[in-house]
Design a protein around this ligand. Sequence first.
Ligand code: ASP
Length: 341
Amino acid sequence: KGVQLIVELNKNFYTLHKFGGSSLADAKRFNEVKKILAGNQEVIVVSATKGTTTQLQNMLDAARDGKTWHTELSALESAHQTIINALLPQDQHAELLQVLRNDFATVADIYNTVAKIGAYSSEIQDFILGYGEQWSAQILTAYLNLTNKTLYLDASKVLYCYKKDGVVCIDWERSQAALIEYLKDKDFSQLVVTGFIASTLDGKRTTLGRNGSDFSGAIFARLFQAIKLIIWTDVDGIYTAHPAKVKSAFCIDNLSYQEALELAYFGASVLHPMTIAPVQEANIPLYIKNSYNPNAEGTLITNASTKSKHPIKGLTYVDEIALINIEGAGMAGVSGSAARI
Ligand code: ASP
């Protein structure tokens, strides 16, 4: 039955777009996003607006340390209000502005509590950090809905995950079932989904970890059996080396999943390494493109490893890291050493 339902979803041939925070920095960028989209058969996974998650985190730390966070929180609220005011006609501001007011009041309440206790749990942290994506996704939904039927989906309603040895794992079956249930009576041209946010197995809102929205994009691409995943960022694609450090670096047009995984894992910050597995398993082509320069070809990642005239595809490095080599006869045959280390 599951297979049959996936095939039914497949009939819709969705394109999955994922926009990072820099692609949603202000009202002008929201407008550019709208121009990039075709307006139909699209699922759009979004990050929080630029810098929002880091600000929510900084204020949480400030509250814990007894420092002030109030001015920064008001500034964050006004930044979101400004985007709403710029994008939506006057008569459509009220509902979203009220959502914002309620959410910011909740965030302030939590910061006040954290300030009193002088500590916060990882549950509180996840709960707070997840607001950024909810705001950006609801704003984009309202904006796209001005022209095409657009729905908002809070990913924590359908995406279930758990941690195993510190690594986030997806409960694919449960998530697929929840998504199918959600889609049952829905009709839309575009669906905007919060990146980064998920639900624990016992139904609490959690996150996939910092920079996890690329991973969300890949998860939803797999859940929807999308025809392609396009990750929109602020550079033209994956480069042969960090363009800020190496003047002659250029954009790589084709990579295999394996090559992209290695580059991402070993420091190419343009792509979160967890992004590859879901699209590789479902054999979904992955494009990395620049929302500031949408006509550039970008990098295409598929299961084909194309021959290039450059024998080495790319060079990466990881900053400020120590390599620790642990060896010894006492480890031979002892299970769990790696996890304990
Ligand atoms: N907004 C989250 C972060 O900044 C997730 C993401 O954008 O990938 O970590």
